[in-house]
Design a protein around this ligand. Sequence first.
Ligand code: IPE
Ligand code: IPE
Ligand code: MG
Length: 255
Amino acid sequence: MTIISSTREVPVTSAIPQHVAIIMDGNGRWASKRLLPRTAGHAKGVQSVRRAVETCGRLGVRHLTLFAFSSENWRRPAEEVTLLMRLFVQALEREVARLEDQGVRMHVVGDLSAFEPRLQELILQAQAQTAHNDKLHLTIAANYGGRWDILQATRKMLIAEPELAANPLSIDESQLEKYLSMSWAPEPDLFIRTGGEQRISNFLIWQMAYSELYFTDCYWPDFGEAELLQAFEWYRVRERRFGRTSAQLHAKSAS
Ligand code: IPE
Ligand code: IPE
Ligand code: MG
C-alpha cells in the first residue's frame, strides 16, 4: 500500500534556484556600527535590493521574493515605520522604470489595506506597469506574515467554495495553495537570511516547508553579488531529498 501524506508532487530542482526568498536583515546594526541612525541602514539596503535583482535576472532565477516589512514590524518606533514607508514610496517612484527595462514583473504580497492610499496606488501601478514581463518575478512581501497568509487563504477558499465547509475531508494541500499569496510561484528553493539571526520570523511558513535554509552574518547593506553567488554555491551542493533516501536519488540520476 502506498501512503502519501503530502498531496504535492516532488518538485523538479536545478543547480540555479528557480525561486530565492530573502529576509533582508541587519540594516539597523549596519548603521549603528557606523554611528549612523538605523534609518541610514534602510536607505543603504535599497542598493542591495537593486544588486540582488540584477544578479538574479542575469543568472536566470525566475522568482525573487524579498521580505521588506513584516506584520510584526509595526511594533517599531513610529519614526522608523514612517521612514520605511517613505523609502517604499520612493523606491516605487524611482525604480519601476529600471525594472521595466530588465524584464522584471513586480508583485507585492501582504495585507496592503493598512498602507496609506498613495502607497497602495503606487503598488497597483507598479504591478500593472510590469504585468507583461516574465523574465524575473520580483515579489515584495510588505505587511506580510506567514500566519496571516494561511488564514487569508483559508477564508478566501471557503468564501469561493462554500461547499467545502460541509466536506472538509475533501480539502487537500493543493486546494488551499490556490489561495495563498504567491500561488503563481513554485515554492522557494533557497531561503537566505542576512544579519546573523537564524529564524524564519513569520515569513513564508507554508511555502518554505522544504526550502534550503542559508544564514549569513553579513548585514543586508553589505550583501552584494559575491555574497549571493556564495549562497548559490552552497545551494548547488545540497542534496534535496524531499523525504527520499540518498540511494534513491543516485539510482534515479544514473538511470
Ligand atoms: C531589516 O533590518 C529591515 C526591516 C526589518 C525593515 P533591521 O531593521 O531588522 O536591522 P537590525 O536587525 O535591527 O540590524
Ligand atoms: C524580519 O526582520 C522582517 C524583515 C526583514 C522585513 P526583523 O528584524 O523584523 O525580524 P525579527 O523580529 O528580529 O525576527
Ligand atoms: Mg532585524
